[in-house]
Design a protein around this ligand. Structure first.
Ligand SMILES: [Zn+2]
Ligand SMILES: [Zn+2]
Length: 258
């Protein structure tokens, strides 16, 4: 069984725990670590976990809302940390004291009972990766921080039962926001972030290929509203808006089964 819990989602900090359990043994992967270490410890405790239970960390890209305390946590708990070579370069090639593992597009690896498959996404970072996590029965796709859904992204996410999917902004709210013009162009651009409609199109494309559940993530606090993300995804999937989960910036979401 795969369960997951966002510990916080959005430009103020991203972290998600994915748990695979079989036969009494549980594996925990922490995807992104974009919080201070005290805040991360606190949110893990609220999730009923201790940092020492984390078996591996995966960092998707170098933006501060994803890297956060990754190195501090990895060294404190002696946890292996996966990221692309480009991400490692972009954060200044810090010494991980033997704990660094390099992740590559479409090269899968195993963390205990979890099969992890990273894939390249179009985002304005050096070598950004998102990923799917499976246990042989169910598969969770994590897809945030991308400007558009390339055919590569759609191919990698096909067959996922559940998606933690970026719904960054509503185009009208973004256009009317106080963001400076260069930032509006960056966010809405092909290497920026997914609008609600773009996320809905991804969900609609993947539903015939096995998608059953979507949790909206990485919502902009200024340029989106949970109700707008829910409406867009519910319309695409033909379900009620209440069936769509939303990962909150400060509290993430409850433990959910993939
Ligand atoms: Zn981000
Ligand atoms: Zn980013």
């Amino acid at each position: 069984m795969i369960r997951f819990k966002s510990l916080g989602s959005g430009s103020t900090g991203n972290a998600t725990v994915v748990q695979a359990s079989s036969g009494g043994r549980a594996t925990h992967l922490l995807i992104d670590c974009g919080l201070g270490i005290r805040q991360l410890d606190k949110r893990l405790a609220m999730a009923g976990m201790l940092a020492e239970q984390i078996d591996a960390i995966f960092i998707t890209h170098e933006h501060f809302d994803h890297v956060g305390c990754a190195r501090q946590l990895a060294l404190r708990e002696r946890i292996p940390v996966w990221m692309s070579h480009g991400t490692w370069s972009a954060i200044g090639q810090p010494d991980f004291e033997g704990l660094l593992r390099i992740a590559c597009d479409e090269v899968d690896f195993e963390i205990g009972g979890l099969q992890v498959l990273p894939f390249t996404v179009p985002h304005d970072a050096r070598e950004p990766l998102q990923l799917t996590c499976g246990d042989g029965q169910r598969r969770l796709g994590v897809a945030t921080d991308m400007g558009h859904a390339s055919s590569h992204v759609l191919e990698q996410l096909a067959g996922c039962d559940t998606l933690l999917l970026e719904c960054n902004h509503d185009p009208d709210l973004l256009a009317a926001s106080t963001y400076p013009p260069f930032l509006k162009r960056r966010v809405a651009g092909a290497y920026g972030h997914l609008a609600n409609g773009a996320a809905a199109a991804i969900a609609a494309a993947l539903q015939p290929r096995g998608l059953k559940q979507v949790v909206a993530a990485h919502l902009s606090e200024q340029n989106n509203r949970p109700a707008l993300a829910r409406e867009a995804l519910a319309a695409a999937l033909g379900c009620a808006p209440a069936d769509i989960g939303v990962a909150d910036a400060g509290t993430g979401c409850d433990w959910l089964t993939a």
